[in-house]
Ligand binder design. Structure first.
Ligand SMILES: C[S@@+](CC[C@H](N)C(=O)[O-])C[C@H]1O[C@@H](n2cnc3c(N)ncnc32)[C@H](O)[C@@H]1O
Length: 296
């Protein structure tokens, strides 16, 4: 919910480009592994005939609830799972050999702008950042209990933040006085260390690092790519949209390795990026990079 209680909707990114890459067949079987607010799923359903199938998955139960309310369609089967549980969840449901799988990484605008979920430094939400609220570790736990060197490590490795040490030290000093509870409090501590310069908010990298750590995002992605591949039929396509360089590197390298090993053919060597028109309409699409492979 936004400040006034209205639902913030997520605009799907590079929809036309994703649909072209997936090249949806009316009678095909598709898996949307990040169903989110159902934007891409709706487009896949529009292209499917009566015999087609779409399995939708997400680790966020709230997102799945919203989609099950919004999209009433017998061809859509929804499952709650993270990437690391994808293969068993989907196979236990009786599905495999997909013609296309989509992974649209990161968080949705609905999650990002929520006043409760704690993803945005512009809110007074508690420091949470769990995509899956059944998980136990929150950003607040990390910020208030992890040793300084571990904070520094994630800020450097997951946030690519040059001032990681100074920020980690400032957090440890601040939490001695009192527990750091809200996103805004943490953002202010970071701003106090590095000041405000440039276009992006000084806490952007720190929030990215915490989100990756809370949700184990890089290992999840690695595992998700592996499991997706084994769920693809021969000739089936895997399309991934990533939103930062750490994710894109993992996708790029994995696709290159499959290509070299003769397991898959890359559909593009350079990532597809949103058009200037899309970025104008939806600025949060600007860092999106789309890559695809076809299983041989
Ligand atoms: C960018 S949004 C997807 C938006 C969606 N394509 C749409 O059009 O509405 C990313 C979604 O992926 C989910 N997600 C991220 N990492 C995940 C993981 N490891 N396992 C399962 N779902 C994940 C998030 O909870 C979020 O709902």
């Amino acid at each position: 919910m936004g400040k006034t209680g209205e639902k913030i909707l997520h605009l799907p990114v590079m929809t036309a480009e994703v649909m072209e890459m997936l090249s949806v067949r009316p009678d095909g079987r598709y898996l949307d592994a990040t169903v989110g607010q159902g934007g891409h799923s709706s487009e896949i359903l529009r292209r499917l005939g009566p015999a087609g199938l779409l399995v939708g998955m997400d680790r966020d139960r709230e997102a799945l609830m919203a989609v099950s309310e919004r999209i009433k369609d017998k061809r859509l089967k929804l499952f709650h799972s993270s990437f690391s549980g994808m293969e068993s969840t989907v196979r236990d449901g009786g599905y495999d050999a997909f013609d296309g799988i989509l992974m649209d990484l990161g968080v949705s605008m609905t999650q990002m702008k929520s006043n409760e979920r704690g993803f945005s430094f512009l809110t007074d939400a508690p420091l949470d950042m769990r995509m899956d609220r059944d998980a136990t570790l929150t950003a607040g736990d990390i910020v208030n209990t992890w040793p300084q060197h571990q904070l520094e490590e994630i800020f450097r490795d997951f946030g690519e933040e040059k001032r990681a040490r100074r920020i980690a030290r400032a957090i440890v000093e601040a939490r001695k006085r009192q527990r750091i509870t809200t996103c805004r409090e943490l953002a202010d501590i970071v701003k106090g260390v590095i000041g405000r310069s440039g276009r992006i908010h000084p806490a952007t990298r720190i929030f990215q690092a915490l989100r990756i750590a809370v949700n184990n995002e890089l290992e999840e992605l690695d595992e998700g790519l592996r499991q997706s591949f084994s769920l693809l039929a021969r000739g089936g396509r895997l399309c991934v949209i990533s939103y930062h360089s750490l994710e894109d590197r993992i996708v790029k390298n994995r696709f290159r390795d499959w290509d070299r090993e003769g397991l898959a053919r890359r559909l593009n060597k350079k990532p597809v990026i949103p058009s200037p028109e899309e970025i104008r309409r939806n600025p949060s699409s600007r860092s999106g990079k789309l890559r695809g492979v076809e299983r041989l």
